[in-house]
Design a protein around this ligand. Structure first.
Ligand code: HAM
Length: 415
């Protein structure tokens, strides 16, 4: 027997509908904030991620689905959406258009991580990327959009904020951090990180490393005046929108492209997989990937984790929907014609395809959770009137067949 590959999932209709609602809400919200959809391929040339995400990140070192195609090119299933959007921004010279340029995406990403609750190998993200605005208002808008999404869904999340400064600030900070941590008891990964990418040590979950970090120097003490000013204005902008946040100087995030603002939305409800989303500013990435120097800021939200929190806004109450047409010979063909007219008007309609009797059809109407059952047999066609049964209350009413399509459309609220 075949099973889905480890870390991936099938979405059966009920859950697929929840994902569709999450996508619809994301698209609607992005539109309200002035973002246009940008769809990029599921795979890209491997080098894009090596350069864009960073050679010494966990994603590039351990988590990419990389393969060689029949033309001997190295391709990688996208582990994230920012590098592909930047690639498209540069490739299509979108920087020649009006600024800021704002894009959103919703789709699957792939990371070879150890699967556990809330961690998948095919994961879904809703992301936005904003180009061409260097000032703190852009950071605030992006952070507010994510916050707004959680609010509309009724999901609790905590916003955690940091600034990792610019290259200049980090030179001084890295020196201080390395000299503080050298000789301390840390995991093997962190010993090598200390040489190659010391900020990644701040991210380590190992108890020994966390203990070593307790009195370590913090990046926010090393910000240069312009970076400090930017950070202060981001905080003031969020406060002005009544968006609560805490500052965590250990928040560095696992991707190399960030500078200045980084942030995460966290939950207490999912154990160790506590990040519902995150993002930050990445002013150097467009240039790194071959475009003109263009400031940028963005975020991505983890849709799998958000769905696991059972957002109240997705709660459909398991209500009944649509109409079951109970048909009988010799009137079935006419009843079916009516079913198609109803569907064209937007009413969800089902009918028997297995030559079942009337009683069995009512049972099917119930099992398929239809709201109404409408009986159309030869007598109904002759009298021009049909009985509509409310499958919830059992109440019955007579409908005029000449106007039944409009009446049902009105009852279903599609008009
Ligand atoms: P990220 O923090 O790597 O950022 O991923 C964003 C979110 O995707 C995470 O907070 C988490 O909710 C979800 N996620 C990541 N990995 C998994 C997984 N294995 N299973 C389930 N959910 C997962 C980025 O990807 C950046 N591109 C965000 C960004 C956009 N920065 C600037 N623009």
């Amino acid at each position: 027997m075949f099973r889905v590959p480890r870390g991936t999932r099938d979405f059966l209709p009920e859950q697929a509908e929840r994902f569709r609602s999450l996508e619809n809400l994301a698209a609607d919200l992005a539109r309200r904030y002035g973002y246009g959809e940008l769809r990029t391929p599921i795979f890209e040339y491997t080098e894009l991620f090596e350069r864009g995400v960073g050679e010494s990140t966990d994603i590039v070192e351990k988590e990419m689905y990389t393969f060689t195609d029949r033309g001997e090119r190295s391709l990688t299933l996208r582990p994230e959406g920012t590098a592909p959007v930047v690639r498209a921004f540069v490739e299509h010279k979108l920087y020649t258009g009006p600024m800021p340029a704002k894009y959103y995406y919703f789709g699957p990403m792939f990371r070879y991580e150890k699967p556990q609750a809330g961690r998948f190998r095919q994961l879904w993200q809703f992301g936005v990327e904003l180009f061409g605005a260097p000032g703190p208002r852009a950071d605030v808008e992006v952070i507010a959009l994510g916050w707004h999404y959680f609010r509309e869904l009724g999901v609790e999340s905590r916003l955690v904020l940091n600034s990792i400064g610019c290259v200049q600030c980090r030179i001084g900070y890295k020196e201080a951090l390395v000299s503080f941590l050298t000789g301390r008891d840390m995991c093997r990964d962190c010993c090598s990180r200390l040489e190659r990418n010391p900020l990644r040590v701040l991210d380590c979950k190992n108890d020994g490393c966390r203990a070593a970090l307790e009195s370590a120097p913090v990046i926010t003490d090393y910000l240069c005046p312009p970076c400090r000013e930017h950070f202060d204005q981001v905080k003031a902008g969020l406060a002005g929108l009544n968006i609560p946040f805490t500052v965590d100087p250990l928040l560095v995030r696992g991707l190399d492209y960030y500078n200045r603002t980084t942030f995460e939305y966290k939950t207490d409800a999912l154990g160790s997989q506590d990040a519902l989303g995150g993002g930050g500013r990445y002013d150097g990435l467009v240039e790194l990937l071959g475009g003109p120097g263009t400031p940028a800021v963005g975020l991505a939200l983890g849709i799998d984790r958000i769905e696991m929190l059972n957002p109240p806004a997705l709660d459909t109450g398991g209500g009944r929907r649509g109409v079951w047409l109970v048909t009988m010979e010799p009137a079935a063909a006419e009843a079916i014609a009516l079913a198609h007219e109803l569907r064209r008007k937007g009413v969800p309609v089902q009918y028997d395809l297995l030559a079942r009797g009337v009683k069995a059809q009512f049972k099917q109407a119930d099992r398929h959770r239809c709201r109404w059952a409408l009986v159309i047999g030869p007598d109904e066609l002759e009298s021009g009137r049909a009985v509509l049964r409310d499958m919830e209350s059992g109440d019955q009413q007579q409908l005029n067949l000449a106007t039944v399509a409009d009446e049902l459309a009105a009852l279903e609220g599609v008009k």
